[in-house]
Design a protein around this ligand. Structure first.
Ligand code: NAD
Length: 352
C-alpha cells in the first residue's frame, strides 16, 4: 500500500480512434466555437489546408509557420492572423512545435484549443509552454495553457517518418521513467507510466517493421498519451533537466536528445530508485539502463550525442550548467557523475 499521496486529475477531453479526425468540426462546436484558425508547421501545410477545406466555413484560416521552440515572433504573427480572421479558437495539427504555438496563443488570449497530435512528444496533455525570444528559452505553467480537447487519430501518424517515430517514442518513454521516481509520484501516475512504457515498447519495433501498421501506430499514440499525461502531472528530474540544458544551451534537437540520454539517465538513477522503477526494470529485462539502450539500438534509435553536433569540448560546460540549479532527483547530482554520463552518451556507449 502506498503511504500518503495527492492525485489531481487533469481536465481535458481525449477523443481517440482511427479516422476520428472527421470529428474536428464536432469538437470545435462542442467548445462553443465557430471559427477555427488551423495551425501547422510548413512541413504539414498540405494536411492543414486539407483540414481547412473539410471544415469549410468553420475554418477562419490557416497559419502554417509553426517552428521548433515556439519563437515569440512567430506567435505574434499568428496572433495577428487570429485577430484579422476573427477566429475564436485554434486547431493545432502536428507535434510539439505546432502544439506549442497553439498554447502560446491560448496563453495570451485564452483561445480554446483543439489539438490533433501527430507525434509522441506529449505536449498536448500538459499545461507547460516553452517559448524562445532573443535566444532565451523560458517555460511557463498555467491551467489555460492545457488544451481543452485532444484528438488522437492513428491514421494521421502513418506518415510520421520512422526515424522521427523512434526518437519521439523514446521521448515519450522518458516522461514515464521520470514519472515513476518523481517526488510527487502517486499510484495513478505510476500505473499510467508503466502502461505507457509497455505500449511503446510493444509498438515501436512494429512501426520500424511496418510504418503503416495502424494497430502499432494506435498503440504508440495510446502510450504517448499516457506518457504525456504523467509529464503534465508530476515533477521531472535529471533526464528532463539535462535535455533542457543540451537543447537550450547547445541547440541539440529535442526528440533525439531525449532518445539518446534516456538509457543513461535511467542507469544513473536505477539503484537509487530501484523500488520505484521495479516494474519498468522488469519490462526491460532486469537492467533498466542497459535494457533501454539495447531496445533503442534494436529499433535504430540515435545513440550518440556526437552525431548531432555536440563537441567533446562542450561536455564540461554542459556538466557545469547541469549542476547549477538544484532540484529533486533520486541520486545526488554531482558534476563528476554527470560528466561521466555525458561522456558515454556522447560516444554512444552502453551505460554501466
Ligand atoms: P515537431 O513538432 O517539431 O515535429 C517535427 C517535424 O515533424 C515537423 O516538421 C512536423 O511538422 C513533422 N511532423 C509531425 N507529425 C508528423 C506526421 N504525423 N507526419 C509527418 N510529419 C510530421 O516535433 P516534436 O518532437 O513533436 O516536438 C518538439 C517540440 O515540442 C520542442 O520544441 C519541445 O520543447 C516541445 N515539447 C513541449 C512539451 C510541453 O509539454 N510543453 C512536451 C514535449 C515537447
Amino acid at each position: 500500500m502506498p503511504e500518503a499521496f495527492i492525485y489531481t486529475s487533469s481536465p481535458g477531453r481525449i477523443v481517440f480512434g482511427s479516422g476520428i479526425s472527421v470529428k474536428v468540426a464536432e469538437e470545435v462546436e462542442r467548445l462553443g466555437c465557430a471559427r477555427a484558425l488551423i495551425l501547422s508547421t510548413p512541413f504539414q501545410k498540405n494536411d492543414a489546408e486539407a483540414l481547412a477545406k473539410d471544415l469549410g466555413e468553420m475554418a477562419a484560416g490557416t497559419f502554417t509557420e509553426a517552428a521548433m521552440h515556439t519563437p515569440v515572433a512567430v506567435t505574434e504573427a499568428a496572433l495577428k492572423i487570429y485577430n484579422e480572421t476573427k477566429a475564436d479558437c485554434v486547431v493545432a495539427l502536428g507535434g510539439g512545435s505546432t502544439i506549442g504555438l497553439g498554447k502560446a496563443i491560448a496563453w495570451r488570449n485564452e483561445a480554446p484549443q483543439v489539438v490533433i497530435a501527430t507525434t509522441y512528444a506529449g505536449s498536448e496533455v500538459t499545461d507547460i509552454l516553452g517559448q524562445t525570444e532573443k535566444g532565451q528559452k523560458t517555460t511557463v505553467r498555467d491551467p489555460k495553457i492545457r488544451p481543452e480537447t485532444v484528438i488522437y487519430d492513428a491514421d494521421l501518424t502513418l506518415g510520421l517518418p520512422v526515424a522521427m517515430s523512434v526518437a519521439s517514442g523514446l521521448n515519450a518513454m522518458a516522461h514515464a521513467v521520470e514519472a515513476l521516481y518523481a517526488p510527487d509520484a502517486n499510484p495513478v501516475t505510476s500505473l499510467m507510466a508503466v502502461e505507457g512504457l509497455r505500449a511503446l515498447k510493444s509498438a515501436l519495433p512494429r512501426i520500424v517493421e511496418a510504418p503503416d501498421d495502424r494497430d502499432a501506430r494506435a498503440d504508440a499514440l495510446y502510450g504517448s498519451w499516457l506518457c504525456g499525461t504523467v509529464l503534465g502531472a508530476v515533477a521531472m528530474s535529471l533526464h528532463h533537466k539535462l535535455c533542457h540544458t543540451l537543447g537550450g544551451g547547445f541547440d541539440m534537437p529535442h526528440a533525439e536528445t531525449h532518445a539518446i540520454l534516456l538509457p543513461h539517465t535511467a542507469a544513473y538513477n536505477a539503484a537509487a530508485a530501484s523500488a520505484e522503477l521495479a516494474r519498468a526494470t522488469e519490462l526491460f529485462g532486469g537492467d533498466l539502463g542497459g535494457g533501454l539502450y539495447d531496445f533503442a539500438r534494436s529499433i535504430g534509435a540515435p545513440l550518440a550525442l556526437a552525431d548531432y553536433g555536440l563537441k567533446e569540448s562542450d561536455l564540461a560546460r554542459a556538466a557545469d550548467m547541469a549542476v547549477q540549479s538544484p532540484y529533486k532527483n533520486p541520486r545526488e547530482i554531482t558534476r563528476d557523475g554527470i560528466l561521466a554520463l555525458l561522456r558515454r552518451a556522447h560516444a554512444g556507449q552502453r551505460p554501466i
